[in-house]
Design a protein. Sequence first.
Length: 296
Amino acid sequence: MHTRTTGAIAVFGATGQQGGAVVDALLDHEARVRALVRNPHSDRARALAARGVELATVRADDPASLTAALATVGGFCFMTPEANSLEEVEEEVRIGTALVDAAVEAGVPHVVFNSVFGADRESGVPHHDSKQSIEQHLRQSGLRASVVRATAFMENFASVLAPSLEHGEIVLRMPLPEDVALKMISVRDIGRVTAALLLGIAEATGGVVELVGDELTGPRIAAAFGARAGLPARYEALPLSVLPNDLDKAMFREFAEAGKHPSDLTPVRSIEPATMDLAEWIRATGWTAPTNAAGS
Ligand SMILES: NC(=O)c1ccc[n+]([C@@H]2O[C@H](COP(=O)([O-])OP(=O)(O)OC[C@H]3O[C@@H](n4cnc5c(N)ncnc54)[C@H](OP(=O)(O)O)[C@@H]3O)[C@@H](O)[C@H]2O)c1
């Protein structure tokens, strides 16, 4: 497939969800990929190597290892690890900043940062404001940079937000009012858009792509799962107090605010026309109703 970049594309976080999807998409384009990993012996790192991905061992607190790993690459994308406490938020900023600095040092021709929706404003969400700081550092670095801002991953509906089956009914619960739409994107499409930017197949207008594949209220999300299962479905809005920490509470408060403003769903589709809406994601992942049903 045609690409406009020479040199390997470096990916930080390649053993995780977003980075893994970027690797998948890059390999689909037959690009050379270099994964920056902290443990080249982990099962996930070895699985990447088995698919022809080069491994470069790095330590986020060792700038020389990062710069060496980025030498001669044609492009670089990075995400920053999940933060569940203010200490981890500080660590997130340290890692993002170190990666940008290493890209400057190595003279990387194009960098893509996998940020988060809303990072262009003060949200009061610590692990979103951290990404705003990293975006700012990237802008000030002088690097040619693009930013993709992901909304909630649809994959959350296969884990932390998985609907349940109760008395023959699909039940979805989220700490989000029932009249507010949740903005979402599949991890596969984050990978495809990021790869298209890295390979020069697409350009981000204004340097930013907001990754919104769908936006649906809780009742409509529940209905989409119910339709797939052929079962009735209902949504239950939970209070924020069910969340385990203040970071998540702030995040769902921000989701409720952001959901009041409809998004333009076309920019992401102009880069990846096959971007999935939730119903397509449900079909593509082969989701089936859970079998560990309560009372059914
Ligand atoms: N979940 C959502 O709905 C959502 C939506 C928008 C944005 N986000 C943001 O997405 C980010 C998480 O992305 P993800 O789900 O793709 O992450 P993930 O699946 O948890 O993967 C984390 C990756 O980072 C690597 N990593 C972590 N700490 C590292 C370190 N100190 N040095 C080197 N590598 C390190 C991990 O490597 P190992 O394999 O070695 O552990 C792994 O490759 C968070 O910043 C979150 O705020 C999430």
